[in-house]
Design a protein around this ligand. Structure first.
Ligand code: DGJ
Length: 753
């Protein structure tokens, strides 16, 4: 890690172990030009890459063709309406109503450490292993100042970028766009082939599916205008060389640490330069900045990998594990939980919950989580949100009694909450109808029979937080599942003036972050899991507050392969909420082996989402075996390096991934045969990431329920216990079990001998 300013060349060079990022101050006018982002370069004098050395391309000396020059320059912070017709990174509407903007370099500082971003989640690190370059730019006409920062950590190849806009003028202005990332780069990779765009798209119950598309001329991209990062699009853009694989080739990844409306866009111009931008969605966003006021945009994360998608993935996993997730649970093994949602939905009382808890304890489960339905009048999803008082008709004798009884069994207790919401049929709504986000005179849209509370309003936030905190203080509650079950619509804030209405969505997100900050500060030992109708708010912003996030309401093992593949592309396995549920699966009706449901959930936080009192004998007997696998592998899965070996999304037949310990002494490989094809031959898959110079014992770990008499595929073709050299496993491969039937799976353990 090293950040330098080369005075003579007027170049900034940011180096990590394998990556360089270079910018230059050019021309007497002080433009900040982007020079390079990619594989680490030794050479520092990279001014030869600047077109401005050729006289016709100096904007100041070529005034007659200034527009042409600016239109093809690679800008670090592109302005608007001053010659560059591409979409700029910042829009400011002056008091006179104009939006032209051209930022120029003013000064810079390079310092150890990294400043916090006011009210926003962001990566962090020890001062001695962290360096930041802050460049101040300004538009002298608007008297607007821009603080652009790039930070790096000594143990990471990721580069973090942030932007702060300050109004130094004497008049109020309206900030209409402030994008966190803006990068002008060439479309072509080393083979002169255009990068392809990779996005994670989905819907409820099929979140974060990987999708590729060609980058055409003009604009393409993704966005959310739903008030949260959403099921539908993800605040991530990948630019992937067409020849890149999991293990080789060039990949750029751009990720936003933000949980609200965002836009990620790629704009290709006729010169085959692409402008990649990512930040708060400018659509229905604006912020009034009075003289002296500033706006902090969320943090953007940029990764370059020449080791394929896997290189990007491992950089992000380590970055998030070491520099984003906080709190006592950050590195800790999580208790195996059982959640009653799919077991009972709203139909439960404390007797039923205790029955489940007792049977769960018997099987080795460590924590009981009471889901939706324990408060107010809440027997369906039509009422009760906001009334955070225990319903003693259901929880007989009160919450403390139930929690004490569960603790007495030797189990921890966790609870579900949905603090951001209000049901029209609730005492809270009857008392404060104006606390819901709404536009006066317009009947607000209900989704799941509920409205969203206006968290931009302090009294709303304070009241709801206090109610929730009182519940948490009333008993020994060690885990919270914070849910959010609808998108934002009817963007209207009762306390905001007409000219501030477009501030609502961002202020809402700031309110959400403030509430979660209070929660983790006031209850530092709490294990917090975020959730949003499944995985609609799985983003780096939420990860700053909770070390794990519920991945999807879809617990079908086969659907989960695609959801978890897309999620694990960016997020460590320790963050992915994954549970075993019953079959036929509640959402897709599929029947899969209990073993496969377990093996897929073991790639995440692991737990159960079922009525254990109704399980058959074989499945019940398999639970302690699955739990033993969790205890055996979870340290490795939480801390190791993740390698994607095969993708069912691509091949439509099988899926495979591995986690290898950092010291390469052990690995766990999960293989899922989704569809059987008539073939007597086993599939041989190469296992990456091992040490080619060491020997490994190969052991198949299976649970008993799935070895029916008619299943001949009990062991690996190489035998139940083999000793194989690392180079053979890596370069020749390991034959996988050849199952008779669909949706079968095995876990294979490799341990150095
Ligand atoms: C949506 C969540 O994703 C589910 O797990 C469950 O908690 C329900 N909400 C409860 O309403």
């Amino acid at each position: 890690m090293n950040i330098r300013y080369l005075k003579k060349e007027r170049l900034f060079k940011i180096d990590t172990a394998h990556v360089s990022y270079v910018m230059a101050v050019v021309d007497e006018e002080q433009f900040l030009e982007h020079v390079y982002f990619g594989r680490r370069l030794q050479d520092s004098d990279l001014r030869y890459l600047l077109r401005h050395l050729e006289t016709p391309f100096l904007p100041s000396t070529n005034k007659g063709d200034r527009g042409k020059v600016l239109a093809c320059m690679k800008h670090e912070l592109p302005g608007e309406l001053c010659g560059d017709h591409r979409d700029g990174a910042v829009t400011i509407r002056s008091a006179g109503g104009h939006t032209a903007l051209q930022p120029y370099y003013v000064s810079h500082r390079i310092y150890q450490g990294k400043d916090k971003l006011e009210g926003l989640p962001a990566t962090f690190g020890h001062a001695d292993g962290t360096e930041t370059l802050e460049i101040t730019m300004e538009d002298p006409v608007l008297k607007a100042r821009f603080l652009l920062s790039w930070s790096v950590f000594s143990d990471s190849d990721a580069i973090m970028r942030s932007l702060k806009v300050i109004n130094d003028s004497k008049e109020p202005v309206r900030l209409e766009k402030a994008l966190s990332i803006s990068l002008d780069m060439d479309l072509a990779d080393a083979d002169q082939k255009p990068f392809r765009l990779l996005t994670l798209d989905g819907a409820w119950a099929r979140e974060r599916h990987m999708n590729y598309r060609d980058i055409g001329y003009g604009f393409q991209g993704i966005c959310s205008n739903r008030g949260e990062s959403s099921h539908h699009e993800h605040p991530f853009l990948g630019l992937v060389s067409p020849s890149a694989t999991q293990h080789r080739g060039e990949v750029y990844g751009f990720h936003l640490a933000y949980s609200g409306n965002f836009r990620g866009q790629v704009e290709r111009d006729v010169f085959d330069t692409v402008r990649v931008t990512l930040g708060i969605n400018p659509d229905r966003f604006s912020f009034v900045l009075r003289p002296g006021e500033s706006f902090q945009a969320p943090e953007g994360i940029m990764v370059y990998s020449c080791e394929g998608l896997g290189g990007m993935t491992r950089t992000l996993h380590d970055l998030y594990r070491n520099h984003l997730i906080r709190g006592v649970w950050k590195d800790r093994k999580r208790p195996i939980l059982i959640n009653n949602w799919e077991a009972t939905y709203f139909n439960f009382d404390s007797d039923k919950l205790l029955d489940i808890a007792r049977a769960a304890k018997e099987a080795g489960i460590e924590m009981f989580v009471m889901d939706d339905g324990w408060f107010g009048k809440r027997d369906t999803d039509t009422s009760g949100l906001g009334d955070w008082f225990v319903n003693e008709k259901k929880i007989k004798g009160g919450l403390k009694k139930l929690v004490d009884e569960i603790n007495a069994l030797g189990m921890k207790f966790g609870i579900w909450i949905e603090p951001e919401m209000i049901s029209p049929d609730s005492d809270l709504y009857r008392a404060h109808p104006d606390w819901a986000i709404r536009i006066p005179g317009r009947d607000p849209v209900q989704i799941r029979n509920q409205y969203v509370l206006d968290l931009s309003r302090k009294e709303v936030l304070d009241t709801v937080y206090e109610r929730i905190a009182n519940v948490l203080k009333s008993a020994n509650i060690e885990y919270v599942k914070w849910d959010m079950n609808r998108t934002l619509t009817d963007f209207g804030g009762a306390f905001l003036g007409a000219e501030n209405q477009d501030e609502l969505c961002h202020r809402y997100v700031l309110g959400l972050y403030e509430m979660q900050r209070r929660l983790v500060d006031d209850f530092p030992n709490l294990l917090l899991e975020n959730c949003s109708s499944g995985g609609a708010r799985f983003d780096p912003g939420m990860l700053y507050y909770s070390p794990q996030i519920w991945c999807s309401d879809n617990t079908d093992a086969i659907e989960r392969l695609m959801i978890q593949e897309g999620t694990a592309l960016l997020y460590p396995l320790s963050t992915m909420g994954a549970h075993v549920s019953v079959t036929p699966n509640h959402i897709v009706g599929r029947n899969t082996a209990f073993e496969t449901r377990g093996n897929v959930a073991l790639a995440g936080t692991f737990g159960y989402e079922l009525d254990i009192t109704k399980l058959g004998e074989k499945e019940l007997a398999a639970i302690p075996q699955q739990i033993a696998l969790y205890h055996k592998y979870n340290d490795l899965i939480r801390r190791g390096d993740y390698y994607r070996i095969a993708s069912y999304r691509e091949n439509h037949l099988y899926d495979c991934w591995a986690v290898v310990s950092k010291d390469k002494s052990e690995a766990v490989v999960t293989y899922v045969q989704v569809l059987k094809i008539p073939d007597d031959r086993s599939r041989t898959l190469r296992i990456p990431g091992l040490d080619p110079g060491r020997d490994y014992a190969v052991i198949v770990d299976r649970t008993s329920d799935i070895a029916p008499e008619d299943d001949p595929s009990v062991i690996l073709p190489v035998g139940p216990r083999a000793r194989i050299h690392g180079d053979a496993l890596m370069y020749a491969g390991l034959p996988m079990p050849n199952f008779w039937g669909d949706f079968r799976s095995a876990i294979i353990y490799l341990s150095e001998i």
